[in-house]
Design a binder for this molecule. Structure first.
Ligand SMILES: Nc1ncnc2c1ncn2[C@@H]1O[C@H](COP(=O)(O)OP(=O)(O)OP(=O)(O)O)[C@@H](O)[C@H]1O
Ligand SMILES: O=P(O)(O)OC[C@@]1(O)O[C@H](CO)[C@@H](O)[C@@H]1O
Length: 326
């Protein structure tokens, strides 16, 4: 059972505005804009489909999608061969503003709350997840929660899916991440960035050692892989078999939106392909770097991706032979 389901409770139409040297509180000139379907799970599905060279077969995207502006989502999913299992809910999907300053190679995000989910929407999504879990092996629960959703929704789904023997990855933030990290059953894979992890645990994690200690603590409590991403500094990854640091090469950044989602897609595909942690770290970092060299969550062509992936610097910080093949 190899199919992957990505779940996006709070998708977003990403409005990327390029404004070189823009200044807060000033009148700024923009050079261009781009509107694209996004949201973390949508982006993960998009990257996974690219990995299969446009044959998204085996990738299913679900969640809650506003029925007033679904066209860009429907087109993306259709073009990439991703199965559209989104429930339609009344109203417009939120817009996410991504202000890119190409000169500073910096992206500023303004994420809106999204459509309020009703208890009926959530019950219907529960039922859809049950259906999908019958014949899909891996689930990615990604992104923020829209209004109306309890912070422990991912906790419930992680418990249910893991009890059914499914592989579950979670990438979220805020109260939803705090709830996931405090739950008795952890996801197989967790990918917070360093700031999200510190905020969710309610303490500073100012050093690599502090981040690694926090990640190891989550392994001890049942996660299989914890990947802490650190923007241009790369990522720290831990499993029971190894502890790894991955550093990306320097690349011309077009937009960092989707960098973390590409990393999640890389790690999930690495799990499905049975890669070791160092190889998974290399693949996932290659995906992230490839994604930030273009607009939207898309992998570059194969040759370019391979070149970037070969330039990722992977350092094995420690290994545990007992679990090498675990
Ligand atoms: N400026 C950059 N230069 C090179 N690589 C980068 C840069 N920003 C991000 N990356 C790569 O992308 C990975 C994930 O980035 P980051 O830690 O910013 O994730 P994130 O905060 O979850 O991202 P997002 O929420 O925007 O998708 C990093 O580990 C790194 O490999
Ligand atoms: O509000 P969330 O769900 O945390 O983040 C939403 C979002 O920033 O995440 C994606 C990039 O990771 C974007 O496509 C989207 O706008």
């Amino acid at each position: 059972m190899t199919g992957v389901v990505t779940v996006t409770l709070n998708p977003a139409l990403d409005l990327t505005v390029h404004a070189a040297g823009w200044q807060r509180g000033q009148v700024n000139a923009g050079q261009g804009m781009h509107l694209a379907a996004g949201g973390k799970g949508v982006n993960v599905a998009s990257i996974l489909a690219d990995l299969r060279a446009g044959q998204g077969e085996g990738v299913t995207a679900t969640g809650l999608l506003g029925d007033e502006n679904p066209e860009r989502f429907e087109t993306l999913l259709r073009d990439k061969g991703i199965r559209d299992a989104f429930l339609r809910v009344p109203g417009p999907t939120r817009v996410g503003v991504k202000l890119v300053d190409p000169a500073a190679q910096e992206t500023t995000d303004i994420n809106l709350p999204g459509l309020t989910a009703t208890p009926q929407d959530l019950a219907a999504l529960d039922a859809r997840l049950d259906e999908l879990s019958a014949d899909h092996g891996a689930f990615v629960l990604a992104g923020s929660l829209p209004p109306g959703v309890d912070a422990d929704v991912y906790v419930r789904w992680v418990e249910r899916l893991r009890a059914a023997g499914r592989f579950v990855a979670v990438d979220t933030s805020g109260a939803a991440l705090s709830a996931v990290l405090a739950a008795p059953v952890l996801p197989n894979l967790i990918k917070p960035n360093e700031h999200e992890l510190a905020a969710a645990l309610g303490r500073d994690l100012p050093t690599e050692d502090a981040l690694l200690a926090a990640a190891h603590d989550l392994l001890g409590r049942g996660a299989d892989v914890v990947a802490v991403s650190r923007g241009e500094q790369g990522a720290l990854l831990v499993s029971r078999a190894a502890t790894v640091r991955a550093r990306p090469p320097r690349v011309p950044v077009v937009s960092t939106v989707g960098a973390g989602d590409a990393m999640v897609a890389g790690l999930v595909s690495a799990h499905l392909d049975g890669l070791s942690l160092p190889d998974a770290a290399r693949r996932a970092t290659g995906f992230s770097v490839g994604t930030i060299t273009r607009l939207g969550a898309h992998l570059p062509p194969r040759a370019e991706l391979d070149t970037l992936t070969a330039q990722v610097e992977v350092t094995l910080l420690s290994e545990n032979k007992e679990f090498q093949h675990g």
